[in-house]
Write a protein that binds this ligand. Structure first.
Ligand code: SAM
Length: 290
């Protein structure tokens, strides 16, 4: 039986093109149209919007984004076995789907969306093995505001919790929480059970929404990353110890002077410092090594 978009059901597509899931490519496919529709609608009003999707696979989420009204989907897929299935979707939605056969880790995103009219958003059921690397790359985009106006992304629940964590959730709070809190407002929208995927992964997944902050707490991103890396590398230690040896701009910083200048007690641990505190440390570290 055909789906509402005139395309065959996804299970048939996977069979027809022999798309046995590859673990090395983080392939866990979604076949449930209610779920893919819900994820697509989480991207906000789709009319007039261009959606960048990483890893369309057999195209479940791609089809949902198009049938829910996205003006255009630009989808980057590494697995060439998926290309014929995606070409069928391209024919069903003429002029609205652009398939790029390539590696998302080396994609030049700004070049990809150059000349696009209207808002650009990112929506993806990310391959779990490169999800965090892709997110960090998007969060570190320069210049800011970035080329996207929203991200709606699927992660393993444990990663999602680290993305939205604040000092209140000490166990999960770390470099990822500081980086996403500095650049975006992030929240978990809903969970997706293992049974929703083929093959089912071992853990629950979550859909996370990240909306870029327009005005940023001002600091150099690379220095912020260096400070948080140093602080969280020894997260159980007090900052006077974990920041010892911190080097910025090729110069080692005196941890005690830095903490004093930032008005942060030297006995605190990294997990007790909020994003504003880390931004202060990064700004002062830049000043002290200029
Ligand atoms: N979007 C599909 C769905 O929801 O059913 C598939 C999602 S599956 C979790 C991840 C997809 O990312 C796979 O299609 C896989 O081939 C693709 N992928 C893995 N590594 C990639 C990379 N480096 N660049 C682009 N796509 C990649």
């Amino acid at each position: 039986m055909m789906s509402a978009d005139g395309l065959p059901p996804l299970r048939e597509v996977v069979e027809k093109y022999d798309l046995a899931a590859k673990k090395s490519l983080g392939q866990n496919f979604l076949f449930d149209l209610n779920l893919t529709g819900r994820i697509a609608r989480a991207c906000g009003p789709l009319e007039g919007a261009t959606i960048v999707e990483v890893g369309p696979g057999p195209g479940g989420l791609t089809r949902a984004l198009l049938s829910e009204g996205a003006s255009q989907v630009i989808a980057v897929e590494r697995d060439e076995r998926c290309l014929p299935a995606l070409a069928e979707i391209e024919s069903a939605y003429p002029g609205r789907l652009k398939i790029v056969h390539g590696d998302a880790l080396t994609t030049d995103w700004r070049a990809l969306v150059a000349g696009v009219q209207g808002p650009v958003r990112i929506c993806a059921n990310l391959p779990y093995n490169i999800g965090t690397a892709l997110l960090v790359g998007w969060l570190e985009s320069d210049p800011w505001p970035p080329w996207y106006e929203r991200m709606v992304l699927m992660f393993q629940r444990e990663v999602a919790e680290r993305i939205v964590a604040t000092p209140a959730e000490r166990v999960d709070y770390g470099r990822l929480g500081v980086l996403s809190g500095w650049r975006t407002k992030a929240r978990i929208l809903f969970d997706v059970p293992p049974s929703a995927f083929t093959p089912p992964p071992k853990v629950t997944s979550s859909i996370v929404e990240l909306v870029p902050r327009e005005t940023l707490l001002d600091c150099n991103g690379k220095i912020l990353t260096a400070v948080t890396a140093s602080a969280f590398n020894q997260r159980r230690k007090m900052l006077r110890q974990s920041l010892k040896g911190l080097a910025v701009n090729g110069k080692t910083i005196d941890a005690l002077s830095l903490l004093k200048a930032a008005d942060i007690a030297e006995t605190k641990r990294a997990e007790e410092v909020d994003v504003e505190g880390f931004v202060r440390l990064a700004r002062l570290a830049a000043e002290m090594t200029a």
